[in-house]
Ligand binder design. Structure first.
Ligand code: SF4
Ligand code: SF4
Length: 377
């Protein structure tokens, strides 16, 4: 395993994201502890020392599983735990950072968090945390007591807000969504450069866009790769794109099976800053161009259609499943989400409310039929 120096500590370049763990009975709360333990033991043996979880992952059971497995195997002192303050609770009765952190320490069976992040900052959340919850005093106090060793935030908004937040507190690190398709959205390349100029290392999340850049059996992608003489897997190509970048702290991969972890460890070992070849760069550019030509439903997920639907159909969710499956060639994975979240498309009574509400003027009922035909055949 390769390591980055972080304030004199060696942190593995590959981090284990514990948000897509194997589960039993298709229930996100029932983590398959045997498999996860096997993965954590493998990860530790192969030098991964950064484990990233969060308050809501697997309905709280991700933190619990990590805490239990580390304690059972006497590994707590050999690894860094990263977890996050859950910002979607802001403004809800009972939201209390103090209580949340106490719960997390209990779940994780530890007296300190190595890397603590404010989770997925966007919109006015940071301002609200400062103004309504005195978050700066809270964080400073926890850092002074050693309960939080390093403080960061994860981020889902635009570049300007990224700059504003990064300039507004004494952060040790930050975490952004970044991959070869998303390099110009959210913080993006500009965010990478800005964080570097401020001396703040970045973690990268979604390096394979939630698995979408794996492209299982995708003939057109394989043709593009062959044209450029690329023989590595699409997963390796995507990971090499991010490992190539400077100023990275950790590349997080949400691994859900041991073989995936084995492959990622090997990929991390083969990659390095500046590793991307000219052929790989050109191949990625051609993949980008090809994906831009794949026709999808131009739904922006604005959700204006949702509230007025008398049948409570998850319209944007159905379109998103379809678009992702068609664009990235992973129908099987999207079918699972479709079967979970889009069970009542057939209930559409064609009232037309959604079409009146849709700023994109989409023919929603007809498109819903198309999505049904695609997934339900
Ligand atoms: S047309 Fe169908 S999807 Fe649209 S609002 Fe009416 S019932 Fe809902
Ligand atoms: S209103 Fe139109 S664009 Fe917005 S979520 Fe609904 S279908 Fe998509």
């Amino acid at each position: 395993m390769r390591y980055n120096d972080f304030h004199g500590e060696k942190i593995s370049v590959l981090g284990f994201g514990l948000m897509r763990l194997p589960v039993l009975n298709n229930d996100q709360s029932q983590i398959d502890m045997e498999k996860v333990e096997e993965m954590i033991l493998y990860a530790c043996e192969h030098g991964i020392n950064y484990y990233d979880t969060a308050y809501p992952y697997h309905n709280g059971f991700s933190e619990k599983a990590l805490g239990e497995i580390l304690e059972k195997n006497n590994l707590r002192d050999k690894v860094n735990i990263a977890t996050k303050l859950f910002t979607l609770e802001i403004g809800k009765p009972g939201f209390d950072p103090e209580k949340m952190l106490a719960t997390q320490l209990e779940r994780l069976r530890t007296d300190h968090i190595d890397f603590y992040l404010i989770h997925g900052l966007h919109g006015d959340q940071w301002d609200r945390l400062k103004n309504e919850y005195n978050i700066v005093e809270f964080l400073n106090e926890k850092r002074a007591k050693g309960i939080i060793r390093y403080m960061g935030f994860s981020f889902h908004d635009d570049y300007d807000r990224f700059v504003k937040i990064i300039d507004d507190y004494n952060w040790d690190f930050a975490q952004i969504q970044y991959n070869y398709l998303d390099h110009e959205i959210q913080a993006g390349d500009k965010g990478l450069a800005y964080a570097k100029s401020k001396g703040i290392p970045l973690n990268i999340m979604e390096p394979l866009k939630g698995g979408n850049l794996i492209f299982p059996d995708y003939a057109q992608i394989e043709e593009i790769k062959a044209k450029h003489g690329i023989t590595e897997s699409s997963a390796e190509l995507g990971l090499r794109y991010v490992f190539d970048k400077e100023n990275l702290h950790v590349v997080l991969s949400g691994m859900s099976a041991l073989p995936q972890m084995v492959e990622n460890v090997e990929i991390a070992d083969r990659a390095s800053v500046g590793c991307l070849t000219k052929q790989e760069e050109e191949c990625i550019e051609d993949i980008r161009k090809f994906l831009a030509t794949v026709e999808t439903i131009p739904c922006t997920a604005c959700r204006y259609c949702v509230a007025g639907c008398p049948q409570e159909i998850a319209i944007p969710r159905a379109f998103s499943c379809y678009n992702t499956a068609v664009k990235f060639g992973n129908k099987e994975a999207q079918l699972r989400t479709y079967n979970r979240d889009c069970t009542n498309l057939a209930d559409c009574v064609e009232c037309g409310q959604c079409m009146d509400a849709c700023p994109q003027h989409l023919e929603v009922p007809e498109l819903l039929k198309k999505v049904r035909a695609y997934f339900e055949g």
